[in-house]
Write a protein of this length. Structure first.
Length: 149
C-alpha cells in the first residue's frame, strides 16, 4: 500500500512537480502518465521522501488555504532558499505562509520554532507566537530574541 497526497491542478501538474523537485532535496519525478492525445494527466513524484500525485483535473477544484504543504527547515539558509523559490511568482503571506505560483499554500517553518515552544512558559510562548505572526518569511533569530526577552 502507498499513501500519497493527491493534488488537483488545472493543467500545471507536470510544471509544479518539476518545479518542486528542483527546489527540494531528496526529490524526484517517478512517473508521468499521458492521455491518448499526449496531454499529461498524472505525475507521481517524491518531495523529501514523501510521495505525491499531481493530477491535471481542470478548474473545478481550486486550491484553498484550508490545506497547505508544511516544510520544516533546519537552518535560516534553508528557510531563505525554499522561501525564495516558492515565493517566486507567488504571493507572500504572514507567519511563514505563502501561496506559490501554482496556487498551493505552503508553511515554511524552522525546526527552531518547535524547539523554542517545546518547554516555553506562557509568556515566552506568547512572545514567540506574536513575533512569528508579525513576520512574513520567518527569521529564526527574531524568534529566539522574542523567546529570550
Amino acid at each position: 500500500m502507498y499513501l500519497s497526497t493527491f493534488l488537483w491542478f488545472d493543467g500545471h501538474a507536470e510544471a509544479a512537480a518539476t518545479y518542486y523537485t528542483a527546489l527540494i532535496a531528496d526529490s524526484e519525478i517517478l512517473d508521468i502518465q499521458h492521455a491518448a492525445d499526449g496531454r499529461v494527466v498524472t505525475v507521481v513524484f517524491v518531495l523529501a521522501g514523501q510521495r505525491y500525485v499531481a493530477h491535471n483535473g481542470g478548474p473545478q477544484y481550486p486550491f484553498t488555504k484550508a490545506i497547505s504543504m508544511y516544510a520544516e527547515c533546519d537552518s535560516q539558509q534553508e528557510v531563505d532558499t525554499l522561501w525564495a523559490g516558492l515565493a517566486d511568482g507567488g504571493e507572500e503571506g504572514q507567519g511563514g505562509s505563502l501561496i506559490d505560483r501554482f496556487g498551493v499554500t505552503w508553511q515554511v517553518m524552522p525546526t527552531a520554532l518547535r524547539e523554542l515552544l517545546r518547554d516555553a512558559g506562557p509568556e515566552s510562548t506568547r512572545r514567540v507566537l506574536s513575533a512569528l505572526h508579525a513576520m512574513t518569511k520567518i527569521d529564526i533569530q527574531g524568534l529566539v530574541d522574542a523567546h529570550d526577552q
